[in-house]
Design a protein around this ligand. Sequence first.
Ligand SMILES: Nc1ncnc2c1ncn2[C@@H]1O[C@H](COP(=O)(O)OP(=O)(O)OP(=O)(O)O)[C@@H](O)[C@H]1O
Ligand SMILES: [Mg+2]
Length: 358
Amino acid sequence: MRLSDEVITRSLGDDLPVGIWVARAPGGDFVYANRAFREIMGMEARSDVAAGEYVAPYGICTRAGELYPENRMPFIRALEAGTTVVVDDIVIHRSDGGRVHIRAQARPVSHEGLVSHVVIVFIDITREVEAESRLRMAQRMESIGTLAGGIAHDFNNLLAVVQLVSSSLSSREQDPAKLEALQNIQQAADSGAQLTRALLGLARSSSGRPLLARVQLNEVVAGVEQIVRRTLGSHISVELSLASRAEVMGERSQLEQVVMNLVLNARDAMAEGGALVLRTRDEPAEVVLEVADTGSGIAPELRQRIFEPYFTTRTGVGTGLGLATVFSIVQGHGGSIAALDNAPSGTTMRVQLPSAKA
Ligand SMILES: Nc1ncnc2c1ncn2[C@@H]1O[C@H](COP(=O)(O)OP(=O)(O)OP(=O)(O)O)[C@@H](O)[C@H]1O
Ligand SMILES: [Mg+2]
């Protein structure tokens, strides 16, 4: 039997997909909350709290994670403004550990010129906020790329002059103290040059689309393995586990850079030795590349941040541009990358690229 119109409108509040909360003005005494309100908040509405004491019981926080100021709460703001206000910087810290980003629309309801209640609609905007922060990240990579490209090129030329002059001076220098100082200058210029090369790589990888050609990913992996084998040392074992075919559309030199950076990171994570496995898999729509190590692993809270430009835990040694470069190359190829936990120890970096077959 169908529900009658009367029944559906009577239970309308609980059937709405947005949270609703109503309180009496001006004190904020609780009147009503619907089912979606309880679902968003992760708790029953509290009838024992009024204006000025909302924040703590509901875990209402700012985006920075501090308790939301009571005098900025939507209920108060709507009363002050005398009209509908929209507040969308609220984050609910639920007691079950969940975090929900909220947009609240608070509307004062008046009767004969007197505000009697405030009705607040709560919308869960967590997905939108997260998508926005991913977009911001992509834009930041893009602007770093542009900035880097401009500066790095000129800077490299300046550094070349420093390198040239200091090396020609030191070839004629007899005084050991001055010679040492000149060597310091050369070392600094060398690391500067290394940094600008990394920046130039990042700029190139994030500027526009790669030049697409058929690339055998297996050949790329085997080629990089040959180059880096010497630098890995005997305390790291290497195993290749390659699909019979693994063909992608892409730019070979960029893909080499991806494999190279991932392998070097794996090496850096295994200072005490370990096992490195380079794997390719050919799936119907995509080609998967995995670089697995048995090294230090990545703490879960850092797993998102490792792709940020300049994020490094190898202070003083790393530039933090390796994975940022990898990230933007993979994105440019229409693929994705993730860091997987490699229990009991280590990390697997998984790159997924559209297959050339697709
Ligand atoms: N395989 C891995 N195992 C453990 N940690 C890793 C691994 N790969 C990356 N990381 C972490 O991610 C951080 C960022 O890596 P990224 O390659 O961007 O910079 P870096 O290696 O520190 O510097 P650079 O690439 O310039 O040498 C590293 O400092 C490290 O903390
Ligand atoms: Mg690195």
